[in-house]
Structures are given as C-alpha cells and as structure tokens.
Write a protein that binds this ligand. Sequence first.
Ligand code: HXC
Length: 258
Amino acid sequence: MAFETIIVEIEDHVALIKLNRPDALNALNQQLIGEVMTALTEADANDKVRCIVLTGSEKAFAAGADIKEMSEMSFADVNLSDLFGNLGDGIQRIRKPIIAAVSGYALGGGCEVAMACDFIIASDTAKFGQPEINLGVIAGIGGSQRLTRAVGKAKSMDMNLTGRFMDAEEAERAGLVSRVVPAKKLMEESMAAAQKIAEKSLIAARTAKEAVNRSFETTLTEGLLFERRSFHALFATEDQKEGMAAFIEKREPQFRDK
Ligand code: HXC
C-alpha cells in the first residue's frame, strides 16, 4: 500500500516506520494513525520482519494529536469514533517487539505512542510531555496510565498537571526511556538494537514481550505463574534446543522459529 504520511522500509528483518508530516511536527491526524496501524499490522504479519522500529524526524517524534483536526470536534464526535482509542489498543496488540526511536518532541499523543511501544531509545535532544492540560483536556491514550507506571505518581502528576516537558536525561533517570544516545547516533543505535532482537528466536522474543507486559496487568503471583508456564512452554521449541546446544558447542545459534 502507498503511504502518504509515513515511510516504511524493511531491511535485514527490521521494519522501520518513519512518521512523515514534517510541516506539522508529525502531529497525529486520522490519516497518519490509519497508516501507522496498517504498517504495524503488515509488519506483524510479514515473515521477513522480526522487529519493528517506529521513529519520527530529528525535530519531532510527534508533537501530539493534530490539534487543528480536533479543535472543532464535539463530545459525540470523539466519543462515537473512540478518537485515538484504536491507536493505543492497536499498538498493544502487535506481537513483535517494537522500539520507539525518539528525537525531539514526543508530546501528548506522541509521548503516548512512544510509551505504547516496548521500549524507548531517546536521542539527547528528546523532550517528553503531556501538555494536553494547556488545551483544556487531558491525555487520552495512556499519558495518565503508562506514564505513571513508568515514572511514578510524582513525576506523572507534575507532567500531567503542569504540562512541563521532561528532557532525555531526566527521562532516563525516571525510567521512561531505556537509553539515551547522541542525536546523530539515534538511528544507528536503534537499528542495531532491533537487529540484536531480530537475531533471537522470534518465539522467545514474543514470549518475553508478553511476559513483561503481563506484569502491568496482573498480580505478582499470577505474573510469576504466567512467566513460569511460558518458560516451560519454550522447552517445546527447537529454538530452545538450538540455543542451548550452540552455547555448549561455543558457536552462534541458528534460530529457525520452530
Ligand atoms: C497540529 C501542530 C501540532 C499539533 C505542532 N504543529 N504541533 N499542528 N497539532 N499537535 C504545527 C504548528 O501549528 C506549526 O504549523 C508547525 O507544526 C510547527 O510548529 P511550531 O509551533 O511553529 O514549532 P515550535 O515553535 O518549534 O514549537 C514546537 C512545539 C509546539 C513546542 C512542539 O508546536 C507545540 O506546543 N505543539 C503542540 C504540542 C501539544 O500541545 N501536543 C498535545 C496535543 S493534544 P503552522 O502551519 O501553524 O506553522 C494530544 C492529545 C492526545 O496529543 C490524546 C488523544 C486521545
């Protein structure tokens, strides 16, 4: 499918999805949301893809939902269309690992989309924020929930109530991002991380993602049981035999997703 607001490239088993509305700092309009969901769904179903990287431009990952598109909407418009609901839920349904490579602004819906990915690699220019309060609304796809789980109540309240931005260094300290890299190295480092994941057994990688995500949804006892059963289940795979044999034979494993 031909996209107009994103660019998709598949290289060495990694699908790179780049948000591409430079004139609007990658603001998330309905077309872009539809295209991102199509690209993610296609990547999830494509046997050649083993990991996904979602990124924006140097200046902005995404400056939020498109305010110009939203400004005249009524309660009925946003309620009946479940505005943006499909995006947050949709990203969460993707089973392959997704890395958000964030440079510049990741605000409002932009921050929320990044947080819906599995982890965030940030450039040292990244700025995260939930400034919806300045527009008379609040976060709508996870800014009050995923952010709180990531950075705790104090910082989440601060960001959601004052609308202030968090820079990359603070975001790393607070646990919102997994690493911070120089802006020039963002794509190199993010693609290298994706390549590393792409080398693993896809069955194991997807199971690891499911297990970590489960920790947000359940009690510790239930989560530990889920993890243990998942661990046991992986002994039914050829990839487990291959991974352990390769270690013993001091060679690189050749995973076949079986
Ligand atoms: C529509 C946007 C936009 C947005 C920027 N633009 N953000 N258009 N929606 N969210 C447009 C500007 O109108 C402008 O176009 C162009 O992008 C460049 O932006 P500038 O403001 O001129 O750039 P700069 O001065 O560098 O400031 C950058 C910025 C600022 C700090 C990121 O643009 C900003 O505050 N943007 C809004 C951030 C925000 O409030 N996000 C939350 C949105 S609500 P023109 O053509 O005018 O020059 C949200 C809700 C999510 O995300 C929940 C959904 C359920």
